[in-house]
Design a protein around this ligand. Structure first.
Ligand code: AMP
Ligand code: ZN
Ligand code: ZN
Length: 346
């Protein structure tokens, strides 16, 4: 950390054994971490309530509902709905998904029909309530809604991966301010997921250990709950990135039980509140990093799901696009210390 009371650190390159990505930690770009109050907060509430289709009473303005919690009655708490503007056509991809290339040739593995599921999870009926305002139990129910939907989708063999993600704030990619997340079920395993599984396999073959079970290190720890640890990863790609890791080895998020979901809700709430206090309600992305639906038994030993939170403080520039390496101006142990010390009022 570059500060008047600590020596300046030299730049360091670190490799993340989970993402297989090199990150440059550059103190020359750093200010004291406490100076990193974000200047343009997420602006979470620009729409007047009456124009929002995600609000209770506006269900008819949304694409069809898949299910709601509780299942019956008008007073819903969570709705899982179809996306009105889906990235892919809704349906079950067929088992022979090669499409015809423009020159009439079958494109050998380079194109597939864009078919799958793109859903929206409305996390609260109330427009002004954000995810971190919900109780641990309510956030736990959001996790259980993801779980139920993944379990439904997992019955289709041609769906290979379900990406659960949340965009909060316009510069994190959000177009709607009402608290929601999305689920995109794909007929492929995305490259970042295969790279993660491959990288963890290599680490397992070298060490006999799962790279996520290994993540501990007191200086990287932010907090802990009964079933989870929250850490800044050793080679965090982004400043103040946080991973919430199940203490028990488990490849799939959708195997989570009720008690663990509520416990995770509590720790996520705490992390979101810490980030909001420290960085002035920053835009952020939240991703569930899980394993492909049909993982083989040998990959299970080194595949371990986790939740990734990335506050959007810096854009991705030409260096990152060109090299695939990232520059992070906050050393992970400094970010973890700052976040540990943020006092969250009860
Ligand atoms: P984001 O852009 O991350 O805020 O996610 C909002 C998502 O909601 C987008 O993917 C939109 O396509 C989707 N969306 C917007 N309006 C509706 C609606 N009325 N019913 C269902 N989905 C919608
Ligand atoms: Zn709303
Ligand atoms: Zn593990």
């Amino acid at each position: 950390m570059a500060s008047s009371d600590s020596p300046t650190r030299s730049p360091q390159l670190r490799k993340d054994v989970v993402t297989n990505r090199w990150v440059i930690f550059s103190p020359a770009r750093a200010k004291r971490p406490t100076d990193f109050k974000f200047n343009s907060p997420a602006n979470p509430n620009p729409n007047p309530k009456q124009e929002c289709p995600f609000c209770i009473g506006h269900e008819h303005e949304c694409a069809p509902e898949i299910f709601r919690l509780p299942p019956r009655g008008r007073d819903w708490k969570i709705r899982v709905i179809e996306n009105l503007y889906p990235a892919i056509s809704r349906g079950v991809p067929d088992d022979h998904p090669l499409v015809q290339a423009p020159d009439g040739e079958l494109s050998a593995g380079r194109a597939l029909d864009g078919v799958g599921f793109h859903d929206v999870v409305i996390e609260t009926p109330v427009h002004s309530v954000q995810l971190c305002d919900l109780s641990p139990l309510e956030i736990g129910r959001v996790f259980l809604a993801y779980k139920s939907r993944i379990q439904q989708i997992a019955s289709y063999e041609s769906i290979k991966y379900v990406q659960v993600f949340k965009n909060h704030g316009a510069s994190a990619g959000a177009s709607m301010s009402h608290s929601h997340s999305q689920m995109l079920a794909l007929p492929i395993v995305p490259p970042a997921v295969s790279a993660r599984i491959e990288s963890m396999k290599e680490y397992f073959n070298q060490t006999g250990k799962c790279g996520i079970c290994e993540v501990q290190g007191e200086d990287l720890l932010v907090d802990a709950s009964t079933h989870f640890l929250s850490v800044v990863p050793y080679a965090a790609t982004f400043p103040f990135e946080i991973w919430i890791i199940p203490r028990d080895h488990s490849p799939h998020f959708h195997d989570i039980g009720d008690e663990k979901a509520v416990d995770l809700g509590g720790l996520l709430k705490l992390m979101l509140r810490k980030l909001s206090l420290q960085l002035d309600n920053p835009p952020f992305n939240l991703m569930i990093q899980t394993s492909p639906l049909q993982i083989n038994a040998s990959d299970s030993s080194h595949s371990h799901w986790f939740l990734q939170i990335v506050p959007q403080l810096t854009g991705v520039g030409g260096f990152e696009m060109g090299s695939g390496c990232y520059i992070n101006f906050v050393f992970p142990e400094d970010a973890a210390k700052v976040l540990r010390e943020v006092n969250v009022p009860v």
